[in-house]
Every structure is written in C-alpha cells, then in structure tokens.
Design a binder for this molecule. Structure first.
Ligand code: NAD
Length: 343
C-alpha cells in the first residue's frame, strides 16, 4: 500500500487520523481536509470496505468534498469526514460507538461529526453523550431534507432564469428523478408555482401518488432521463451523468439535489458542449448541511434562511464566470471553493 501522501485522493489534507480500539473492534479514519474556514465538519460513514486503503481513500475524497461544500455554503466550517470500517460479521456494538466518540473527542473539536451512510440519528445521540463535537442532533434542527429541498428549489429557479431567461416557474417542465425527502419536497415547491412535473421513482407507487396529488405525470424510473423537458432534476442517486446519459438528455439544464452527479468528471464538459446548464451538486444541495451545522456559530432560523437564500446567487455567479471564462460550472465551483479555503 502506498504512503498516504502518494494516494491520488490525498490533497494536502491537514491531518489523517487512524484509530484502533482492540477491545471493541473499532477501526476508524478521521480525515481533516481543511480547518481554514472553521472546524472540519462532515458525517461519519459506517461501511464495509474491501480493504483499509479503500476506507482511507473514501475518507480523503469525502473530506475534501466537505471542505468545498461548506465553503461554498458560506459556513464557518472546514471539511472533514470519518469512516468506521464495519465488520459484516458483527453489528455496531455500543462499546465501538463509545470508542469512536472518544476518538472524535480526542481531536478537541478539530473535527465535528454528523450522520452519514450507516449511522442513525440514535447513533449521533449516543456519540453526543461522550463528546460535544456532534452536529445534527434532534434538538438542533432535525431532518435536513426539507432544508435541502428548499435550496434545490431556489437553485432550479435560478437555473430556469439562466437557461430559459425567466425565473417564473409557471409552465416550466421539470423532470424529477427520485421523489423522496428532497425530490418530493422540490416537487411540492414547483407545483405551487405552476410548474409542469414529470416524476419518477423506483418506488413507482410513490411517484404515481405524488404526481396525482400535484397534477403531474409519473413515468418509469428507467426513462426519466429520456423525457423532453426544460430541466432535469436528479434527486436520487449519484453518478447518473455518464457519457451515454448526457448524450441522450433532452433538457436545457440539470439542477438537482443528488450528491456526486457527474460519474467521472468529464461529463461536466460534455454537458457544456451540448449547451446544457449544470448546477454543481454540492452548491445547490447545501441547504441540509447549512441547517445541520447551525450550532457551530449559533445561527438562528433567520440566518439559516439567509444562507439558503444565498444558494441561487452563488449558482448565478458560477454560471456568469463559466460563461465568461469558458470553464465548466463544475470547474468554476471547484476553483471558487479552493480560493475560499486558501488553496
Ligand atoms: P430519500 O431516500 O428520501 O429519497 C430518494 C428517493 O430516490 C427514494 O424515493 C428512492 O426510492 C428513489 N430512488 C432510488 N433509486 C432511484 C432510481 N434509480 N431512480 C429513481 N428513483 C430512485 O433520499 P433524499 O434524502 O431525498 O436524498 C436524495 C439525494 O439527495 C441523495 O443523493 C442524497 O445523497 C442527496 N442529498 C440529500 C440531502 C438531504 O438533506 N436529505 C442533502 C444533500 C444531498
């Protein structure tokens, strides 16, 4: 295994902490990418990795993503991420959670954890009994979905303004992939403004019922990216923008809440080449983290709303810069984020 410095995802991370607690079986990595803007904040993932290098790589990659996301959201927080190497033969024992909480605590606030894949809200409450460096607790704001949905709605509206010439959503056709917490909330905002909706979900009943309620139509999940619409809004899985799906899109903009929408990266250029506006995912979907990290600087509801309301202007600034520089929106966003974190 190469040294951490030689891993492709190492990006001058400020620190990479490795923990092992033999008694409980805990093996964890906490990657602190940047504390330039404040304590490194990002979720803890509990996942069964093929090997320890895969776990370190995930922590490196995800922590850098959190630096960019938190910086572009205007938060007083840097980027970090923790991964716990799950043993598929064992559940998540309490003594392992306690050992992980002590690991977080040993960093003295350099890293603030929150929920991620494999970690529940109850797990966060459990960690908070050992360390104060836990965000997103039930009494601190609860479910991030509605906040993310509101930010995504504002971002979709900004995309309509930039790509279609008006932010009046009346009659604008939006195709939404995934109508769970984020996509469902987005659909409701759009319906209230008279948008025309085509909805899809692998849970076909969920999509059909929401479409009936909101006056839209539902289609099978495997054809939503072929729908001719004004805007495609991915709100389900990551990596859905591939060379082949981008080539088939029949929309003027892609703006949605899913994380890591570009499968490899060059798809951003492919979208630009096809004249399709792209809203960088970590900018448009920041509403949830904005609320989750509210206690970092004791932001009240008015401040949370102000930060979410800033999402469309941040997107517009990215698109203006993209138009004038010829760089893709994804490249512009990465450059802006790097500047904000002093890289
Ligand atoms: P969710 O589980 O509530 O909803 C996801 C929906 O997508 C479900 O209804 C599911 O059935 C559907 N789905 C899954 N695969 C699909 C497919 N192939 N085609 C169509 N539908 C499919 O999740 P969510 O909280 O709404 O999150 C949606 C996306 O947004 C995820 O990528 C998530 O990482 C991202 N995100 C969420 C938040 C948040 O605050 N919840 C914040 C930032 C980013």
């Amino acid at each position: 295994m190469p040294a951490i410095w030689d891993l492709p995802d190492f990006d001058a991370h400020e620190a990479v902490h490795v923990f092992e607690d033999r008694k409980s079986g805990l093996k964890a990595v906490i990657a602190v990418h940047s504390t330039h803007q404040g304590p490194a904040a990002g979720g803890t993932r509990f996942w069964h990795y093929g090997d320890s290098q895969a776990a370190i790589t995930d922590a490196l990659r995800l922590s850098r993503g959190m630096s960019y996301k938190n910086a572009m959201a205007g938060l007083p927080a840097g980027g970090g991420k923790a991964v716990i190497l799950a043993n598929p033969q064992r559940a998540k024992p309490q003594d392992m959670l306690d050992a992980f909480a002590r690991a977080v605590d040993s960093l003295g606030g350099q890293y603030i954890t929150a929920q991620d894949v494999g970690m529940s809200e109850a797990d966060m409450v459990s960690l908070s009994k050992v360390t104060p460096h836990v965000a997103g607790l039930p009494h601190q704001g609860g479910d991030p979905g509605p906040y993310t949905a509101r930010g995504v709605y504002l971002g979709v509206q900004a995309a309509a303004k930039h790509a279609l010439g008006s932010d009046d959503m009346n009659g604008v056709h939006v195709a939404i992939q995934g109508v769970g917490s984020v996509g469902g909330g987005l659909a409701r905002y759009l319906a209230a403004q008279g948008a025309k909706l085509t909805l899809a979900d692998v849970d076909t009943k969920r999509a059909a019922e929401l479409a009936a309620e909101l006056g839209g139509v539902s289609v099978a999940a495997d054809v939503i990216m072929d729908v001719e619409a004004d805007i495609f809004s991915p709100c389900a899985l990551g990596a859905i923008l591939t060379a082949s799906t981008v080539a088939d899109l029949k929309v003027k903009a892609v703006a949605g809440g899913a994380n890591n929408q570009l499968a490899i990266g060059p798809e951003g250029q492919m979208l630009a080449d096809r004249g399709i506006l792209y809203a960088p995912d970590y900018v448009i979907n920041a509403g949830g983290i904005i609320n989750v990290l509210r206690h970092v600087d004791n932001a009240d509801d008015a401040e949370i709303n102000r930060r979410i309301d800033a999402i469309p202007e941040r997107l517009s600034a990215i698109w203006r810069e993209s138009d004038s520089s010829g760089m893709t929106p994804a490249q512009v966003a990465d450059n802006m984020a790097q500047k904000l974190i002093g890289r």
